[in-house]
Ligand binder design. Sequence first.
Ligand SMILES: [Zn+2]
Ligand SMILES: [Zn+2]
Length: 346
Amino acid sequence: MPAAVYVGEGSILVEDVACPEPGPGEVLVEIAQCGICGSDLHMVLERFAKPGAVLGHEWSGIVASAPSGSGWAPGDRVVGNPSPGCGRCRPCRRGRPSVCLARAPVDYLDSRGAFCRYKAVAADGLIRIPDSLSTKVAALAEPTAIALHAVRIGGVEAADRVLVTGGGPVGLLIVAVLRAHGVSDVTVSEPSPVRRQRALDVGATRAVAPDALVEPPMGALVEEPFAVAFECSGRASAIETALGQLDNAGTLVVVGTGSEPPRVNQNRMIIFELEIVGAYNYNEDGFQPAVDLLASGTLPIEFLIEPDDVPLDGVMGAMERLARGEIPSKVMVRPGMSYESGLSYE
Ligand SMILES: [Zn+2]
Ligand SMILES: [Zn+2]
């Protein structure tokens, strides 16, 4: 089957790879759509991926074959669902199953991702896509679950002033989830004008260039501080800026991965009792709340997903454009789409 394979040197090529053989209790899923994630960009463009890896973990698909008694049949529309926490380890006991010590490794670390035609998945690791939800929009379940988790970790209340730094696909989804939760005062800080406009389309109250966020005076708050900030750009400078914008007992939720560590002003953390917390993975109820929210029709989907899907040989180009901030929202890869590299598989 064709797959977009990381070949090293920051590059992806479409190659013919063996179709996965489903093991006992596994279902073979034909990938319909798979979103390109910011972490995929880091793995490829910053060369963290192992050569031979197939990335892509934000997928939806159609069951191609399933063992009898599995509860699945060919033609069923599905998305993956993460395994729940063990309930016994220390993170689970503290209500943080997203970092359960016994959790299965995430897709992009074990390198058997979904930028390819077929994927073998445990039968109990799937949920059904409701009739009211398209298969393409369902591929947004994973990043929506990420956004729901980040918002929960941030402890946002409807009356809070919220800042989102980075108006890329994840920042936009967090804005949309905040609005769906009744939060009405959301400011997005983002250098790209295209993405600032998209942030407003998705429901942000204000969209500003990063330099509009002024340095706080020493030992005092900025004029209009934020209760919670979500850092979605992965940039050290954005973390430093966001921390300076927080109110007393404010929380900075770090969502965007990045390579360069920030310099943290510990004195501000002390005198305003600021909190910095990372948000990784999903809430304990997995992807179902994300699927329900997507199916509810309340999210501005037309602004959250790019209208044109890309074929497997368009992954590399789309990644480069995403990294340059030229594409505002989620790019969906459609492995069944014809492409030009020469492998025929229809
Ligand atoms: Zn992702
Ligand atoms: Zn656990």
